[in-house]
Design a binder for this molecule. Structure first.
Ligand SMILES: Cc1cc2nc3c(=O)[nH]c(=O)nc-3n(C[C@H](O)[C@H](O)[C@H](O)COP(=O)(O)OP(=O)(O)OC[C@H]3O[C@@H](n4cnc5c(N)ncnc54)[C@H](O)[C@@H]3O)c2cc1C
Ligand code: SF4
Ligand code: SF4
Length: 442
């Protein structure tokens, strides 16, 4: 229980981290609630970031650590917001902290439990977008903050069946005695003056666009899977390979943009970052291997930010990326499992086919799963696409429809990292202002 010079930030991606740090530096107390077992959000999964092509985690990891270590910030990971009552300047919130079955104070992140788990490498790893494997006891990823193991309660056989070998191997392996199968869900009640939503994005999984074969044709993947594949710490050690059983190096890549985005039957809006990240991905491929070829199938290129058009020009001139204006009709697979793209080149009007090693679908980016529930418990409105609605897009672009509750980053609308960070600072500023006014009127 604290005074009201406190702010609740929901979502520990780059936007939530920035908002928390800004507020903490101005001496506000911040509670940062993250539903996953580590903060970092999508940026922690990216290999490099446009427009600078800097290493994503190298920029983010120091911020994650600064946030976690800040004396004015309490990170509540593996937690979600359950209830909100009160009004601006004086909210009471209840946060539900899920059991991770590992004592956060004792765990050093040594990974001995992960190595010892009887079910090691049995399940798809969410961080690697299903391309890697993890056990029932695992560390979320190498740079996780907090670097604390978690036990998957739906998969651990000791939790689901009451028995794992003679004694749980994870527990035996832990020299710190950190594994605690008695851990229970906790409810934490906090008093805060303002709330910021920074719940970010999920990527649409295009199984229902059957003509593109995702989930059926092995060498068809998504943009986030590509980010993990090209990352040196990822499931293929940074090698671009075909996922069919031949496992050969992938030399010819096709990126298909607007998969599910700008589609009246699915997500009519633009996902905002795909034209740029496809260009980045083609550049990175060429940096890995000189003979790599990339083809970007686009609807129209939306290079709207500062230096973005020049970035695309560099993609063409320095990295040999080929841009083709077409929305492919279908993807089939050859006998050797190479994807074949069938399309109409809308500039020449010709019907064409192209065989490649790997197709990367830049799928629609959508609000994070669970925002409807969050909107319901906090009494704020969502817009027609499920992003948090703002009071006035021109004059109150970070104020939600409930006073004292703000929004930033992808949770408000599709945007890249620098725009998410800028908006996060805006939301932090507004949260601080509302609290200061409320305190001065007491
Ligand atoms: C394939 C791909 C490549 C990209 N490449 C680039 C690039 O090169 N450069 C660039 O500028 N941008 C890039 N982006 C966009 C970039 O990822 C986003 O701009 C950025 O991640 C937005 O940050 P955020 O904090 O708003 O959201 P996120 O990064 O999504 O973080 C949101 C956080 O909130 C948490 N959360 C969600 N719901 C809840 C809840 N109910 N309770 C608690 N916590 C919750 C999530 O677990 C997550 O940690 C790329 C995106 C994709 C998909
Ligand atoms: S729970 Fe124990 S074994 Fe597992 S990472 Fe933590 S300290 Fe290491
Ligand atoms: S109890 Fe068994 S299955 Fe569960 S995490 Fe430990 S070793 Fe793995």
């Amino acid at each position: 229980m604290t005074g009201n010079k406190s702010v609740l930030v929901i979502g520990g991606g780059v936007a939530g981290i920035q908002a928390s740090l800004d507020l903490a530096e101005q001496d506000f107390k911040v509670y940062l609630v993250e539903k996953n077992s580590s903060i970092g959000g999508r940026m922690s999964q990216l290999d490099k970031t446009f427009p600078t092509n800097d290493c994503s985690i190298c920029i983010l990891a120091p911020k994650m650590l600064e946030c976690f270590g800040h004396e004015n910030i309490t990170v509540l990971s593996y937690a979600e917001l359950k209830e909100v009552s009160g009004e601006k300047g004086d909210f009471t919130v209840t946060v539900r902290k899920k059991p991770r079955y590992v004592d956060e104070e004792k765990c050093t992140g040594c990974s001995a439990c992960e190595d010892a788990c009887l079910l090691k490498d049995r399940f798809p790893d969410e961080f690697d977008m299903g391309l890697g494997k993890r056990g029932a006891a695992y560390l979320p990823f190498a740079q996780a903050v907090p670097r604390v193991a978690v036990i998957d309660e739906e998969r651990c056989i000791f939790i689901t069946k009451g028995k794992c070998g003679k004694a749980p191997a994870c527990k035996e392996a832990c020299e710190r005695d950190a594994i605690d199968f008695e851990q229970k869900e906790e409810e934490i009640v906090l008093h805060v003056g303002a709330i910021i939503f920074a719940t970010g994005l999920d990527a649409y999984e295009p199984y229902e666009i059957e003509e593109y074969g995702y989930g059926r044709i092995e060498n068809v993947i998504t943009g986030l899977q590509y980010e993990r594949m090209i990352n040196a710490g990822g499931p293929t050690g940074g090698h671009l390979v075909r996922l069919s059983s031949d496992g050969k190096p992938a030399k010819k890549l096709a990126f298909i943009l607007c998969v599910g985005s700008r589609d009246l039957k699915k997500y009519p809006y633009c996902s905002s970052v795909c034209c740029m990240y496809a260009t980045k991905s083609g550049m990175l491929a060429r940096e890995h291997e000189e003979d790599m070829e990339s083809f970007v199938f686009y609807t129209d290129l939306r290079a709207f930010g500062r230096g973005f058009q020049e970035y695309i020009e560099r993609g063409t001139e320095e990295y040999g990326i080929n841009y083709i204006r077409a929305r492919p009709a279908k993807i089939t697979a050859n006998v050797d499992k190479s994807p074949v793209i069938w399309y109409e080149d809308t500039q020449s009007g010709e019907l064409k086919r192209m065989e490649v090693d790997l197709v990367i679908l830049a799928t629609a980016l959508v609000p994070s799963k669970g925002v409807e529930e969050l909107a319901k418990v906090s009494g704020v409105e969502l817009d027609e696409y499920g992003f948090f609605k703002v009071k006035d897009p021109l004059y109150a672009p970070v104020d939600t429809t409930r006073e004292g509750i703000f929004v930033c980053g992808f949770a408000q609308s599709p945007k890249d990292i620098s725009d998410s960070v800028a908006q996060a600072s805006g939301a932090a500023g507004r949260a601080g202002e509302v609290i200061s006014i409320a305190l001065s009127s007491k």
